[in-house]
Design a protein around this ligand. Structure first.
Ligand SMILES: Nc1ncnc2c1ncn2[C@@H]1O[C@H](COP(=O)(O)OP(=O)(O)OP(=O)(O)O)[C@@H](O)[C@H]1O
Length: 756
């Protein structure tokens, strides 16, 4: 039975279970409450991150449960009869793996904690020489090899030795540089190297805080992908993985049910409890499910502060576990404050503070009282990792300072709601936390090519359309306002551009769905607000376009960070209107850069008039459609209201022929005809190629732009005849810094835009 399914009959038949061998033992039957059922998660594809379930964040199912309705004097009562299976079948039921922290019941009931070793002879020294020196657990090495992560990224190379030696880290590195694994691998290593005692419940080892739901889910997916592919129960240990961590594994129980698989996700068929249980606690999940997940016990909890605090207020057990967690991670720490999580973050951080320090801080928000020993100090060995792509140098210095303010009494040194105040409350156990700042100068990733187009605000649509046609690829267009996205969406649709919106007023489910669609649509366009600016690891984003100027330098850096990830090439285009130039200047100077540092994009101006015609038509159609929709909506509303009030409407209203204030049927018809003809006109234009000036379509070898050669070579542009197929980065003109006077005299060129 899947959550949300309803039963029509009084009894649900359980799914037949394949049983090997002729003997079928009788099931024992036990009655349980809804919460007490052996729920397990439904697997979602690991490689797709947020997708695979149509945007539903969590799905659970339960097997071997009979739903029985009993007539009682108080009415019908529902009962759940759980059929206990013989031992040898239990492994089949555990096939579902944990996703976002959900694992099967047998996880905690497993007779012994299990240590898994490599089945395949894995010569780490030869196969992964660049990872060998960190002493990572053999299974992590094997997973790294499976994923073809042959060498650590610079932040990983710097952070791993420090983290593995037990020290605290403040890590700042460019976007897309692999920060998640920089803190994730040491955590996974610790958990894998310290198997829990037999027959004990998992206890929280690491708390990772992330500012947004999407980022939290992505982090848990990322780490899950690593823990999942570890779950190959194996017969033999490999002597060739010469790592200390592997030695820990010796003598421990070897897993059963060996299945030989190559470099794939093995979880589903392993039939064994997951080695590392990772839960994501974010908004959008039912609290019942969340409690169930947490009650089963998790090793790593990835959470957004708001939702986590909601749960902590009712969950003393989890509060205690957080007090003794081994790792605390703040991912995208600076965004956490921006997102307005200060109060919750502050409360959560207090739980991880040692008692001696906690006494010095007067609580502003009372943390939940624990029924257990509330005065118990947290472990002194907790490691703290703070990571971001943007943490100011001042803050880094302050974080490292040994003499961080000890007192935050109300009225005296009261902290304001700023990142500095919040982070200064972190209780690093390390007296000298290591600051690793390898963020590039000005926040610009080396594989990123930047460019700008200066144009009037009213012309941005045309330039955007030009760019999307000229440089096919996956483009992420950032706008500062949701209204802007709502205005652009219908235009994109009419112009046959596959665009998807992403903003905070969309339901979470729709947001995830649109992200998924964007990921799988070739040449797809995502029109997004800055909720997509941070942390999202969308594969292969070719272009980031700042349609509207970001509100801060940090947002600019993070927006750009959605492309050029993991050393891939990427391109960013800044669209700057005259009245935005001051903002851009200020923004760039914040990161020590100048306006002239960003080169201009060369644009084929001869095509602009044709594109402008299409845009104008699309706008007209959109406006007509909008009017029709509005009228229909109003008419329907009046009709429905009249029906509800049982009022008979005037026949004039119904026919729409007399009342001048109501558009007549005739008028409506005329509007529909006009819209249809505009659409036909636009479609006609869209079906024709755009031909650059100087191209002869009759004699392709003549004209001052002969296209025959390009056609033979196969590098001609399919929608813009006369232009070569090329990448945006190749059309950037060298940066020039004209004097102010000269700039004022400059004319925009052949095309003067809508404003002229
Ligand atoms: N050693 C590695 N080799 C190759 N790819 C890697 C390596 N480490 C991480 N990656 C990949 O690089 C991509 C970016 O990683 P990640 O999301 O951790 O970056 P990030 O630094 O956290 O970015 P942001 O600052 O934008 O959040 C991911 O797709 C990840 O799988």
């Amino acid at each position: 039975m899947t959550v949300g399914e309803t039963s029509k009959s009084s009894t649900l038949k359980r799914k037949p279970i394949p049983i090997k061998g002729p003997v079928v033992k009788k099931f024992k039957v036990q009655t349980a409450s809804l919460d007490g059922l052996p729920w397990k998660s439904i697997t979602r594809p690991q490689d797709t991150g947020l997708d695979g379930d149509d945007g539903i964040l969590e799905l659970e199912e339960v097997e071997d449960v009979e739903v029985v309705y009993e007539e009682t004097t108080g009415g019908k009562v529902v009962k759940f009869n759980v059929h206990e299976r013989p031992e040898h079948q239990a492994s089949h039921t555990s096939e579902g793996n944990e996703e976002h922290g959900q694992q099967t019941e047998i996880t905690d009931a497993s007779p012994e904690s299990t240590v898994f070793t490599s089945k395949f002879a894995f010569d780490a020294k030869t196969l992964l020489p660049k990872w060998c020196s960190y002493g990572l657990h053999g299974h992590l090495l094997q997973t790294l090899q499976n994923r073809a992560f042959t060498s650590p990224t610079p932040i990983q190379a710097k952070a791993l030795p420090i983290a593995m030696s037990g020290r605290d880290i403040v890590g700042v590195a460019e976007t897309g540089s692999g920060k998640t694994l920089a803190y994730g691998l040491p955590i996974l290593h610790h958990i894998l190297s310290h198997p829990r005692p037999p027959r004990t419940k998992r206890r929280l080892q690491a708390l990772i805080l992330a500012p947004t739901r999407e980022l939290a889910l992505q982090v848990s997916d990322h780490l899950n992908a690593f823990s999942r592919s570890l779950e190959v129960p194996l017969k033999e240990e490999s002597d060739e993985v010469d790592l200390s961590s592997t030695k820990n594994a010796k003598g421990k129980q070897k897993a059963q049910n060996v299945t030989s698989r190559k470099n794939t996700d093995h979880t589903a068929a392993s039939g064994s409890p997951p080695l590392v249980s990772i839960a994501a606690i974010v908004g959008g999940m039912s609290s019942q499910k969340q409690r169930r997940i947490l009650n089963r016990g998790v090793d790593i909890l990835v959470a957004t502060p708001g939702r986590l605090w909601d749960i902590l207020e009712e969950d003393d057990g989890l509060t205690q576990q957080i007090k003794t967690t081994k790792f605390l991670v703040l991912d995208e720490a600076d965004r956490m404050v921006e997102a307005g999580h200060f109060a919750e973050m502050d409360n959560i951080l207090r739980l991880t503070t040692r008692q001696s320090r906690e006494d010095e801080i007067e609580p502003e928000f009372s943390p939940p009282e624990s029924s257990e020993n509330s005065s118990k100090s947290p472990q002194d060995t907790m490691q703290t990792f703070v990571f971001s792509a943007t943490l100011s140098k001042d803050l880094q210095r302050n974080l490292k300072r040994k003499s961080r303010p000890k007192s935050f009494k109300k009225g005296k040194n009261t902290p304001a709601s700023t990142l500095d105040d919040l982070l200064l409350r972190l209780d690093f156990r390390d007296t000298d936390p290591e600051v690793i700042d390898i963020s590039p100068e000005g926040g610009v990733v080396s594989s990123l090519q930047e460019s700008k187009i200066e144009c009037l605000s009213t012309d941005k649509d045309v330039y955007l359309y030009y760019f999307l046609l000229r440089y096919p690829g996956r483009s992420l267009v950032f706008l500062s306002s949701i209204d802007g996205i709502r205005r652009l969406m219908p235009l994109m649709e009419l112009l046959d551009i596959k665009a998807f919106p992403l903003h905070s007023q969309l339901e979470q489910r729709q947001r995830l769905k649109n992200l998924d669609r964007f990921k799988v649509t070739p040449n797809g366009v995502l029109l997004a607000t800055d909720i997509a600016a941070r942390g999202l690891d969308i594969p292969a984003v070719d272009h980031v376009i700042h349609y509207q100027i970001p509100r801060s330098a940090d947002v600019f850096v993070h927006r750009n960070g959605r492309t050029a990830r993991a050393m891939r090439k990427g391109f960013s285009l800044l669209m700057c209107a005259p009245d935005e130039r001051r903002l851009v200047k200020a923004l760039l100077s914040n990161v020590g850069r100048q306006e002239g540092d960003i080169p201009e994009m060369s644009v084929e101006l001869t095509l602009m008039d044709k594109l402008k015609t299409r845009i104008l038509l699309a706008r007209q159609i959109d406006s007509q459609q909008h009017k029709i929709k509005k009228e229909n909506h109003e008419r329907n509303w009046i009709k429905e209201t009249a029906d509800a009030m049982e009022i008979a409407l005037d026949s004039d209203f119904l026919s729409g022929s007399e009342d001048e204030s109501q558009p007549s049927k005739f008028k409506r018809k005329k509007r529909n005809v006009k819209t249809a003809s505009l659409k036909a006109e636009l479609n006609q234009l869209l079906s024709q190629p755009l031909i650059a000036r100087g191209v002869s379509t009759r004699y392709i070898t003549s004209g001052y732009r002969p296209i025959a050669h390009d056609m033979v070579a196969g590098d001609y542009h399919e929608t813009m005849l006369g232009l070569k197929k090329t990448e945006a980065g190749n059309d950037v003109v060298a940066a020039k810094k004209p004097s102010k006077k000269k700039r004022e005299q400059e004319e925009p060129g052949e095309w003067n835009g809508f404003g002229s």
